[in-house]
Design a binder for this molecule. Structure first.
Ligand code: CA
Ligand code: CA
Length: 212
């Protein structure tokens, strides 16, 4: 039985499986200790990162979101989860906007990667069905510190066109700002009626004879 499953229709069973997924993914996510995008990735960490990336593909969206919003998840892991969520077109997890982390990286860092290692099976942007998938692969292969497949030519830490795609996803999740209808405000000003009585005007426009 695989460790990770996609979402199931039976709600109780789904709940149990989702909880297992969250625990498994979260444990790997926390284990990835490279919390800064500028950290070099060691060999052991590279293996854990590759394993984590493989787990993400089979994980349910619910467990991905739980890992994405967890305070215990490292920054690097969140970037990978964000890419997987983006590949699925998920715009938000609870109140967290998917794409926000990647958008925050735009125009922030430039990676020179002068010591890139050569790979035998080179991948290009056109080999992926989406820039989000390219981004997850890029991170799993050592990005953003290393880019052996040369998927991030401008060196901003975002593979292929993921920066633009993440921006569109992020904006899609932003709430629509609606202009509130003008509210009638009650007045505390006292008016004097024709027979000498005093009154104020309520919010609904009626006279309030006990308002003064
Ligand atoms: Ca390439
Ligand atoms: Ca880039």
């Amino acid at each position: 039985m695989p460790l990770l499953k996609r979402e199931h229709s039976a709600s109780h069973f789904f709940g149990v499986v989702a909880l297992k997924n969250i625990i498994i993914i979260s444990s790997i996510a926390v284990a990835l200790t490279a919390c800064s995008p500028t950290n070099e990735v060691g060999l052991a960490d590279a293996k854990r990162t590759a394993a984590f990336s493989a787990q993400l593909v089979g994980a349910s969206t619910a467990s991905l979101c739980a890992t994405y919003i967890s305070a215990a998840t490292s920054y690097r892991s969140k970037m990978m989860v964000e890419a997987e969520l983006g590949a699925r077109g998920v715009a938000h997890c609870s109140r967290n906007h998917v794409g926000a982390l990647s958008v925050a990286q735009l125009n922030r860092n430039t990676y020179s990667r002068s010591q890139n290692t050569q790979v035998t099976s080179d991948r290009d942007c056109g080999d992926f069905s989406s820039s989000a998938q390219a981004q997850r692969f890029f991170l799993a292969a050592g990005g953003p510190a290393n880019d052996p497949h040369n998927l991030d030519g401008d060196g901003d830490g975002l593979a292929c066109e993921w920066g633009a795609a993440a921006t569109r996803l992020y904006r899609k999740a932003l709430p629509v700002v609606r202009r509130a209808a003008p509210r009638q405000v009650s007045s505390s000003r006292c008016y004097v009626g024709p027979r000498g009585g005093t009154y104020t005007i309520t919010a609904s426009g009626n006279k309030n004879y006990s308002g003064c």
